[in-house]
Ligand binder design. Structure first.
Ligand code: PLP
Length: 396
């Protein structure tokens, strides 16, 4: 007698690579001590939250005894929080958005689930550009959708518009892109996004209903060397932006994010009403109270991105020094180098023998590569140089 569904049993059996590496890391650290292991497996932001976060919490503590300080609120978040956020999003996206175009959610993850619940018919397809954030597939099947992928261009990971077109069918309801990208660090150019928008306009007409473009942007704040992250909102009426405060304020555990509808979308009030309902009935009920106070107070501040930039340079030095092939990440906090020998799972196993933890690219739909996170101290990056060199020598 099975206690759980066959689908979830299957997921447990396959358990994600990130989790596997996380667990292997715990075992290695127990055996050899924390200091001996260089763990680049998890994207858990380690930089301290900016001081405005602590200030907001102290003010909240002073008001904690007031009635309804932690009460329910409208399912899409406090009106004052949405108004404050609208100013910031308008500046970031280079287009005026209104508080009514924004719904606050439990992280970007909650926003994606609320969106899929609102728009998918059973059997509708959602396409993601690979390599991709592995949770997308779970979120789509949570809502009876079918998850599909279209590969990006080899090595550069730029958008391959023909590959996307080849994967669109009459059942395609949405395309999800993530720029700056986890795991590749790529940032899509305005030209690539314009070409994508033109394709989706055409496909929406052919399909007789919108093919949504979801831009998942938790790393929008983190691009390097002056690279700009163009907005999709002015390019395509059926576009939505999903974002969160997990990375820019290092608030990943507090679960605050949002979804913003393109101001060009006609009749978008209907979609916003649906999202407000799905945010509620998925059991999120409303976004976290504390997160909203913190967010409103901390708008305009962010973690010290200079630290991430320095770590990126350190990691690039270590990898180049050991002879690895990679594209320099333009944004986010990941490297996605080629796995020596070509078999990413085997390579990560060898690397683990050197007590260096990475995640095989296969876990992101990018076999032949591996992912490294630079959410670790620069000292750990420097210390990993010997391990990377020996792992490379193993495949020479
Ligand atoms: N999208 C991408 C690309 C991510 O990397 C993550 C988290 O790592 C998420 C979404 C989920 O973020 P949140 O913590 O806001 O739910």
């Amino acid at each position: 007698m099975s206690l759980i569904s066959a689908e979830i049993a299957g997921y447990l059996e396959k358990s994600s690579w990130i989790r596997k590496m996380f667990e292997a890391g715990i075992a290695l650290k127990k055996q050899y001590g924390e200091q001996a292991v260089c763990d680049f497996s998890l994207g858990n932001p380690d930089l301290p939250a900016p001081p405005a976060v602590g200030d907001a919490l102290r003010t909240m503590a002073e008001n904690a005894g007031k009635p309804f300080a932690f009460g329910y609120m409208p399912n899409g978040g406090f009106q004052w929080a949405r108004e404050a956020l609208a100013g910031q999003v308008s500046a970031e996206q280079g287009m005026p958005v209104d508080a009514g175009d924004l719904l606050l959610s439990c992280g970007a993850a909650g926003a994606l689930n609320a969106f899929f619940r609102a728009v998918l018919e059973p059997g509708d397809e959602v396409l993601a550009v690979a390599p991709y954030f592995v949770e997308y597939g779970f979120y789509v099947s949570n809502h009876q959708g079918v998850f599909k992928t279209a590969m990006s261009r080899p090595e550069t990971f730029e958008l391959d518009i023909e590959a996307v077109e080849a994967r669109i069918t009459p059942k395609t309801r949405a395309l999800i892109i993530n720029s700056p990208n986890n795991p590749t660090g790529v940032v899509y150019s305005r030209e690539e996004l314009e070409a994508l928008a033109a394709l989706l306009e055409r496909k929406s007409r052919e399909n007789g209903r919108p093919v949504y473009l979801i831009a998942d942007e938790p790393y929008r704040f983190l691009s390097f060397d002056g690279v700009k992250v163009p907005s999709v909102l002015p390019l395509y009426p059926f576009s939505v932006v999903v974002n969160s405060f997990s990375k820019n304020l290092s608030l990943a555990g507090e679960r605050l994010g949002y979804i913003c509808l393109s101001p060009l979308m006609e009749n978008r009030a209907e979609l916003m009403a649906a999202l407000t309902l799905t945010n509620r009935i998925l059991g999120f009920v409303n976004p976290p109270v504390i997160g909203q106070h913190v967010m409103a107070h901390a708008l305009g501040s962010q973690v010290d991105v200079g630290v991430y930039a320095q770590r990126r340079d350190a990691m690039a030095e270590v990898l180049s020094g050991a002879g690895y092939q990679f594209s320099m990440p333009k944004g986010a906090f990941y490297f996605f180098p080629k796995a020596p020998g070509g078999d990413d799972v085997e390579f990560c196993r060898v690397l683990m023998e050197e007590k260096v933890l990475a995640v095989p690219g296969s876990g992101f739909g990018g076999p032949g590569y591996f992912r490294l996170t630079f959410c670790v101290d620069e000292e750990v990056i420097r210390r990993s140089a010997g391990g990377f060199a020996r792992a490379m020598a193993h495949f020479a």
